[in-house]
Design a protein around this ligand. Structure first.
Ligand SMILES: [Zn+2]
Length: 435
C-alpha cells in the first residue's frame, strides 16, 4: 500500500478484527505475514508490532511511504477472504489495513489478477483513465464494504428502478440466468416499493455456488451469497435461496443506511455493541419471508407455516425464558456467534425472535389503524427521517416514537415487554417444564 501526504512521526496501521454485519471478533491480523515499510526513495523504515492488530512505522519525516505485507487467505465464507487456483474472493476487512487519521481519505485500489483470470466484479467505481484494474473509494468504509470477486466467473446484468444490477456467478450449478434475472427483479421491486426509492448507483450480487454451505453478508451496494450449487429451479431449496436474496437485499435500506447508533461509522478494532439487532436483523428476517410471499414465490399457507414455526421456536426454546431480546443482540459477539452446548438453554436468536416481534408489531399496527398502516410505514418513515433527512444513526426511543406515531397509540409497553424481558416472563408464564 502507498500512503501519501502523511504528516505524523509514526504511522499506526491496523488490521480490522471483524467484518461489519457479522458480529464476531475474527482476528484477521492472524493471517498477516512479513510487513515491510519503505519511504518514497526506497529507504527502509523501521516498524514494530504494538498489539495483536497494530503495526507502528517510524516515518522519519517521510510523508510518502510504501508498506507491503503478505496475507494468507483460505477461509471460504462470505465474511472472510479465500484464494485458490479457481478464483479470489477478497473481503475488505480481512485484506486492507487502516490508519485512524486516514479513514475518511479517498482510496485507489489496483488489482493485478493472475494471467489466467479475466474478470473482476466489485461494487466500486472503476478508474476510467486506466487500462488496469483500478478502482476508487471515497473512504476506507466504502473500500472495505465492497468485496471483490476475481477469476473467470459468469456475469449477467439487468436494471431495476433505474439501477444497473450485476450477478457474478462463481461455480457451476443448475441455475437459469433468465429465471434469476426475473426473480431477482421481482424481489428488488418489492423491496424498493416499501421504502419508496432505490439508493444505489449500482448493485452487485456475488454468488458462490458450492457443494455445501450457505449464507449471505450485506453491503451497501452489493452482497455475497453462498448456496448449494443444485439449489436452483423449483422447490423449497430455491425459495429458501430467494429468501436469502431478499434478506440481504432488504439490508440495502435496513442496517446499511437506516442503522442503530453503534453500527456505523464502525470501530474496526473492537466489538461494536448494540441492543437493536432485533430491528437490524430480526425485522430483516421478518421481511425476507414477507417479500417472498408478496412476490408470489410461496403461498399464503406456506408463509403462515413459516410464521407459526418461528413463533413455536420462541415459545419452546428454553433460552427465550432466560435471555431478553435486547441482550441477545448485545451479546451476539460472545453468544449467538459462539454457540456451544448450553446455547439452547440460555439464549434466544435475535433473528427469529426479532422477526416474530416484527410480525406481532405489524399486526398490532394494522389492528390499531384498521389496516390503513403497517410496519412498512414505520420502516419507510424511519428511513426518510434518519437516513434521508438527518443522515445519522437512530436510537431506540426514536424508533419507539415513530412506531407510536404510525400506530396512533403508545406501543412502548408492548415493545418493552417483547425486548427487554425474557419472553415467558413478559407473558406471565414463568415456570418449569410443567407436568
Ligand atoms: Zn441479515
Amino acid at each position: 500500500m502507498i500512503i501519501e501526504d502523511f504528516n505524523e512521526s509514526v504511522l499506526d496501521l491496523k488490521m480490522p478484527v471483524w467484518a461489519p454485519g457479522s458480529y464476531l471478533v475474527r482476528e484477521f491480523s492472524k493471517h498477516v505475514e512479513s510487513l515491510n515499510s519503505k519511504d518514497k526513495d526506497g529507504q527502509q523504515l523501521s516498524s514494530v508490532k504494538l498489539n495483536k492488530n497494530t503495526w507502528r512505522i517510524e516515518t522519519k519525516g517521510s510523508k510518502n511511504m510504501v508498506v507491503s505485507y503478505k496475507l494468507y487467505a483460505y477461509e471460504r465464507s462470505v465474511r472472510t477472504s479465500f484464494i485458490d487456483e479457481e478464483h479470489a474472493y477478497l473481503n475488505g476487512t480481512s485484506i486492507f489495513m487502516y490508519n485512524d487519521l486516514l479513514l475518511s481519505n479517498p482510496v485507489t485500489v489496483k488489482i493485478n489478477p493472475h494471467s489466467s483470470w479475466k474478470k473482476i466484479s466489485v461494487a466500486l467505481e472503476r478508474v476510467k483513465i486506466s487500462d488496469n484494474w483500478q478502482y476508487k473509494a471515497d473512504n476506507y468504509d466504502e473500500l472495505v464494504d465492497a468485496p471483490f470477486e476475481i477469476g473467470n466467473h459468469v456475469t449477467f446484468s439487468f436494471v431495476v428502478a433505474g439501477v444497473p444490477h450485476e450477478v457474478a456467478m462463481f461455480g457451476t450449478g443448475n441455475y437459469d440466468s433468465l429465471q434469476i434475472k426475473r426473480d431477482f427483479t421481482i424481489i428488488a421491486e418489492e423491496c424498493s416499493s416499501i421504502f419508496g426509492e432505490h439508493p444505489c448507483k449500482q448493485y452487485l450480487y456475488i454468488i458462490h455456488n458450492l457443494n455445501a454451505g450457505g449464507g449471505g453478508l450485506e453491503h451497501a451496494n452489493s452482497t455475497t451469497l453462498q448456496t448449494n450449487r443444485w439449489s436452483y429451479g423449483t422447490g423449497s431449496s430455491y425459495t429458501d435461496f430467494l429468501s436469502l436474496v431478499a434478506h440481504e437485499y432488504f439490508h440495502i435500506w435496513n442496517v446499511k443506511r437506516l442503522r442503530p447508533a453503534p453500527l456505523g461509522p464502525f470501530d474496526y478494532s473492537n466489538e461494536n455493541y448494540t441492543t437493536l439487532l432485533w430491528i437490524a436483523e430480526g425485522f430483516t428476517a421478518y421481511y425476507d419471508d414477507l417479500i417472498i410471499r408478496r412476490s408470489g414465490f410461496i403461498s399464503d399457507v406456506d408463509y403462515l407455516k413459516i410464521i407459526a414455526g418461528n413463533m413455536s421456536y420462541c415459545m419452546n426454546i428454553k433460552g427465550a425464558a432466560i435471555q431478553p431480546l435486547s441482550e441477545s443482540s448485545l451479546d451476539a459477539w460472545i453468544k449467538y456467534y459462539r454457540p456451544y452446548e448450553n446455547s439452547g438453554n440460555a439464549t434466544v436468536s435475535y433473528y427469529t425472535k426479532g422477526g416474530v416481534v416484527g410480525a406481532l408489531l405489524d399486526m398490532e399496527i394494522m389492528k390499531s389503524t384498521n389496516g390503513s398502516k403497517s410496519l412498512d410505514d414505520v420502516m419507510k418513515e424511519m428511513y426518510q427521517q434518519y437516513y434521508k433527512k438527518l443522515n445519522r444513526p437512530f436510537t431506540e426511543p426514536e424508533f419507539v416514537a415513530i412506531v407510536n406515531k404510525v400506530a396512533g397509540r403508545d406501543m412502548s409497553d408492548f415493545l418493552r415487554s417483547m425486548c427487554t424481558v425474557p419472553l415467558l416472563a413478559a407473558s406471565g408464564v414463568v415456570g418449569g417444564d410443567g407436568a
